[in-house]
Design a protein around this ligand. Structure first.
Ligand code: NAD
Ligand code: DAU
Length: 335
């Protein structure tokens, strides 16, 4: 397929591009604004591939989107572009509103004008928190943070374009992703890098919140199944095979990095913190998808990747991320 992948310079988008380019032979144009989270380093292993092209631009900019479509006449748009960190959405929601609302609207208009298939990459957070049981695609939307509320708004807009204009659009909602190339503001890479540097491990509240972990390559493959086989207008959940409390994840990272539990520091809880996420994935499994990674094996692989790829994270940890960290956690990182 010829694909326009928006937000393809980020963690999951670049994983998706790598898989589609190298395993499926797709022709790919990435359109990405390169926010703090978007990095050309994520393309290092396939930047020279003849079927790959990168254009810098914002999805809320109609001219940038038109140029990206003109570049290689895609058959479909996959939209990964987003502001993705809940804590940043609490501190400064504005970019979340413009990228998720206006950006999604501009892409939908472009898809409508060119009659392109469209897949919106979304999140389990749109359903809110669930104490017992599991969310299905029919669960009501009850988002908690500006991040998840604006993602839910984008999903509703996508569904309106299917209902009103018969745009062949699908939505794929993933649970918490982990794996190589994840920006270190997120729980798992933050804890790995802090442990490797002897920095404190900041656990929000009691640490008993539960997340449903999925390896980024598994989520990327699920999005591929939905893109190719999903029924227009439908939503598909893709949840990982394992749920874990945050404190259990942190303790396992301590074992894998050979550090010790004295680094754990319980800090103030996140406002509006969702207690538990859990997704059923029967609908996407019916399309032939199944996760390949159990969390225990994927976490070991992820810790090994961060140990071996300091070229990737050193420029982040010595750059703007340090200031973000000080603002968010009220303390500095070790050098
Ligand atoms: P990320 O933060 O690593 O990457 C986001 C990418 O989008 C970056 O490359 C950034 O530069 C780009 N971007 C941001 N605003 C843009 C704009 N206005 N125009 C163009 N590009 C823009 O995020 P990620 O973790 O890879 O998440 C990708 C998608 O998957 C998001 O839509 C997110 O909501 C969804 N998702 C993430 C997770 C997770 O656990 N990380 C789980 C489920 C769903
Ligand atoms: O569920 C899917 C979502 O997962 C995605 O849509 C989001 O883009 C992604 O950021 C992620 O959201 P979370 O808020 O669940 O991920 P985060 O890594 O920020 O936090 C995971 C859990 O760990 C959460 O309960 C908060 C906690 N936490 C996080 C950080 C960064 C801590 O205890 N300490 C921390 O320093």
């Amino acid at each position: 397929m010829r694909l326009l992948v928006c937000g393809g310079a980020g963690f999951i988008g670049s994983t998706f591009v790598r898989i589609r380019l190298l395993e499926h032979g797709d022709e790919i144009t990435v359109l990405d604004k390169l926010t703090y989270a978007g990095r050309e380093e994520n393309f290092r292993d396939f930047a020279d591939h003849p079927n790959f092209q990168f254009l810098r631009g914002a999805i809320e900019d109609p001219a940038a989107v038109a140029a990206a479509i003109a570049a290689r006449a895609p058959e479909a748009i996959a939209n990964f572009a987003a502001e993705t960190h809940v804590d940043r959405s609490i501190a400064a929601p504005d970019a979340f509103v413009s990228t998720h609302a206006l950006g999604t609207y501009v892409l939908l208009e472009a898809a409508r004008a060119h009659r392109l298939r469209y897949v919106q990459v979304s999140t389990d957070e749109v359903y809110g928190s669930v104490d017992v049981g599991t969310f299905s695609e029919k669960s009501p939307l009850a988002p908690s943070s500006p991040y998840s509320a604006t993602k839910a708004g984008a999903d509703l807009l996508v569904q309106s374009y299917f209902r009103t204009y018969e745009l062949p659009a699908v939505i794929c909602r993933g649970s918490n992703n982990y794996g190589p190339y994840q920006y270190p503001e997120k729980l798992i890479p933050l804890m790995i890098l802090n442990a490797l540097h002897g920095d404190a491990l900041p656990v929000y509240g009691d640490g008993l919140q539960v997340r449903n972990w999925i390896h980024c390559s598994d989520f990327a493959r699920a999005i591929g199944h939905v893109l190719e086989q999903g029924i227009a207008g439908e939503v598909y959940n893709a949840g990982g095979p394992d749920e874990q409390t945050n404190i259990a994840v942190v303790k396992r990272i301590i074992e894998l990095t050979g550090t010790d539990e004295s680094l754990i520091e319980h800090v103030s809880d996140r406002p509006g913190h969702d207690r538990r996420y859990s997704l059923s994935s029967e609908k996407v499994r019916a399309l032939g998808w199944a996760p390949r990674f159990r969390f225990s094996e994927g976490l070991e692989q992820t810790v090994a990747w961060y140990r071996e790829n300091s070229w990737w994270w050193e420029p982040i940890r010595s750059g703007d991320y340090r200031e973000y960290y000080e603002r968010q956690y009220g303390r500095s990182l070790q050098a």
